[in-house]
Design a protein. Structure first.
Length: 466
């Protein structure tokens, strides 16, 4: 019954918007597509069915009502950035399967893990190192980082409940926060990043490169990654401060892994090669998507991945379905003039405000609207197109408008226990009570917002983006 009510809510949204009167500047076709697009986003939030199913429903409804043609419904699946993220997720499976991610983590802990704070930084470095090739921060955080945090906490007799504050609560909070910070540094570190750039390319005709993203995001992302473990250490400190046993524990885990395998060496070489190619696309002329595909092929040819591994990577195929649908619909809304009309209306309401001040206000709204969304993806799909269009209408450079929302993808991820795909994994460990998670998460978000907005703007000015 609950599922049926949520589905009826989605349908009701579509019908209400469909039959509302609208400005003659928007065609009936554009308005009807807007109704279906909005209902699809609401479906992502309410989730009567999985995201991919709701995307299929949206496409079917749009075609069945003649809002779009069948070939137009499939346009999003030809979007290069959609295949970039899917290919990179396939590649990340090779990193996980080979054990390379775990080896990197335990090696850093062996080197630097003599205190709880140093352990946190070792985990942060692990996340940062593997983030360029793992565009699912859920897979990275939940599949690699979380099990290690859990094992370390339990090794120091820190378990959910009375002993949580010994170490586990701090490490869980910090690992989750850093996972949200590293997504800012690399375009390929999070599916939301690629969704933003895909929508930006469709709506505004500008494709943000891997290198441009890095130039804009490296300073705020790395600054957050460096400050956050210390900041959380101060506002939510662990009871155990020194961990002289950790290096020995990590050494035991490394011994269990044994000598570095041939597969790990192959994956590491492919990983480094992909990063080098992504960072030199302006020289080589290679598209970022073909580099990701080449990395996947290299893994298959070198037998680090099998075709069965790729077929079983359900996250990648799921993203292909829903992201292709959203990108396609968003592009058509742009072509039909719907987004431009909305942006013109809101920019008029802002009464001549400069785009710099508008960016400050809109970015705050974007970040703290995360309270109303169960994932960063849902928030992006609901707000990016309209908000970015408003900034551009007020005079903001197109690259800035796209990258600014990329920077703002991170700060809201710590606000709630449902704010991103990886959040329920760390919160679900039961080391941190919900009230504490929300309170500490809010403090983190404020500092994170300051770093990302102001230092992000500084980076874009330094490198000529604005």
């Amino acid at each position: 019954m609950d599922k049926l009510l949520r589905l009826l809510g989605v349908v009701a949204v579509a019908l209400v918007i469909w039959f509302l009167p609208h400005t003659p500047e928007i065609s009936d076709q554009g308005w009807h597509l807007l109704a279906i697009f909005t209902a699809t986003i609401v479906g992502f939030i309410l989730r009567p069915y999985p995201t991919g199913v709701m995307a299929f429903m949206g496409s079917a409804a749009a075609v069945a009502t003649s809002s779009i043609k069948m070939n137009e419904a499939l346009l999003g699946y030809a979007e290069p950035n959609v295949w970039l993220i899917v290919s990179a997720i396939f590649f990340s499976r090779g990193i996980i399967n080979s054990g390379l991610g775990r080896r990197i983590a335990y090696t850093l802990i062996h080197w630097f893990g003599t205190s709880t704070l140093r352990l946190a930084y070792a985990l942060a470095m692990t996340d940062l190192i593997i983030s360029p090739a793992t565009p699912s921060n859920t897979a990275r955080g939940g599949g690699i980082i979380y099990p290690i945090v859990q094992n370390i906490s339990m090794a120091f007799d820190s378990r959910p409940g009375e002993t949580a504050r010994r170490m586990g609560a701090y490490l869980m909070t910090t690992a989750h926060t850093v996972n949200a910070c590293t997504v800012t540094v690399f375009l390929t570190a999070c599916s939301g990043n690629l969704l933003i750039t895909s929508l930006g390319a469709k709506l505004f005709g500008y494709t943000v490169t891997w290198w441009e993203w890095f130039l804009a995001g490296a300073l705020p992302g790395l600054l957050s990654m460096v400050i956050m473990p210390w900041f959380i250490y101060k506002i939510y400190p662990p009871e155990i401060k020194e961990t002289p046993e950790a290096p020995a524990m990590a050494r035991e885990e490394l011994d269990k892994l044994g000598p570095i395998t041939t597969m790990e060496k192959k994956v590491a070489a492919i990983f480094v090669g992909a990063i080098l190619l992504w960072s030199t696309t302006t020289i080589t002329g290679l598209h970022a998507t073909v580099i990701a595909i080449m990395a996947v092929l290299a893994c298959v040819i070198s037998e680090c991945l099998t075709w069965d591994d790729i077929l079983k990577e359900t996250t990648g195929w799921d993203i292909l379905i829903w992201m292709g649908t959203l990108v396609g619909m968003a592009g058509l809304l742009g072509k039909l003039g719907v987004v431009a009309v909305f942006a013109k209306f809101v920019s008029t309401m802002l009464g001549g405000m400069s785009w710099e001040w508008a960016a400050l206000i809109i970015s705050l709204v974007f970040v703290y609207s995360q309270y109303f969304f169960a994932s960063g993806t849902a928030r992006i799909t609901a707000l990016f197109s309209a908000f970015a269009s408003i900034l551009i209408a007020l005079g903001a450079p197109i690259p800035y408008a796209i990258l600014m929302f990329g920077l703002m993808n991170s700060p809201g991820c710590t606000l709630t226990h449902y704010s991103s795909g990886v959040t329920p994994i760390f919160f679900g460990s039961h080391y941190v009570p919900q009230v504490t998670w929300w309170k500490v998460g809010f403090y983190i978000s404020v500092l994170n917002y300051i770093f990302h907005f102001f230092f992000g703007n500084l980076s874009m000015k330094l490198f000529g983006i604005i």
